[in-house]
Ligand binder design. Structure first.
Ligand code: GRF
Length: 202
């Protein structure tokens, strides 16, 4: 059984969806711990309610991003984590962590990458006037939302959409897509060659 660390800065609705999928036995993994860079992140409460280890790692004592990530790395190694799941973690990971965990860190992003990377992806899509957006689960590399893509799903943009309504529909799709990607990883079904990620045994 693969052991996950979920990193989240905010609400943690994706974390909740992962917990629920594990409970329904749709994901062959366990959440070993949840880490947040914000002490009040609701994600921490969601973990504690399930008696899963929840840890606030305060960025303030660390002078640089690398130092913070070294501390993070130490925790992940101590906890024998197989996969790091970024679920609304609002920090860019430094090479220190990415190198050590390459192809073992996933992220979910609310657009069809490579379109609209970075912050405010839903707003970017609306402002651009695209008719279709969606969400992407990808492995994390050293760039900003640039790593090999695991799964994507499209979400049409309606004329009446606001940032909130569109984000809500994207979120609903995320909640199904992320557990699927984690389950594929957990069952050793993901193979990456170059930029392409193949699903299934090869
Ligand atoms: C999601 O929209 C995800 O795509 C982005 O951050 C948001 C996290 O939402 N990376 P939640 O905290 O899981 O509700």
């Amino acid at each position: 059984m693969k052991r996950l660390a979920v990193l989240a800065s905010g609400e943690g609705t994706n974390l909740e969806a992962i917990f629920e999928a594990i409970e329904r036995e749709e994901v062959a993994a366990e959440v070993g711990l949840v880490i947040s860079d914000r002490p009040t992140a609701p994600a921490l409460g969601r973990a504690r309610r399930r008696e899963v280890k929840a840890r606030f790692l305060d960025p303030r004592p660390f002078a640089t991003r690398e130092e913070y990530d070294c501390a993070l790395l130490e925790i992940l190694q101590q906890e024998s984590v197989d996969l790091v799941v970024l679920a609304g973690f609002m920090r860019l990971l430094s090479p220190v962590l990415v190198k050590e965990f390459y192809l073992r860190i996933m992220n979910i992003h609310p657009s069809l990458l490579p379109a609209f990377p970075g912050l405010n992806a839903v707003e970017q899509a609306l402002d651009h006037g695209v008719k279709v957006t969606g969400c992407t689960v990808h492995f994390v590399d050293e760039g900003l939302d640039t790593g090999p893509i695991i799964l994507q799903q499209a979400v049409p943009i309606l004329e009446i959409d606001t940032i909130e309504t569109l984000h809500q529909r994207i979120h609903a799709v995320e909640h199904r897509l992320y557990p699927r990607a984690i389950d594929l990883f957990s069952r050793d079904k993901l193979t990456v060659k170059g930029r392409r990620c193949y699903l299934g045994e090869r």
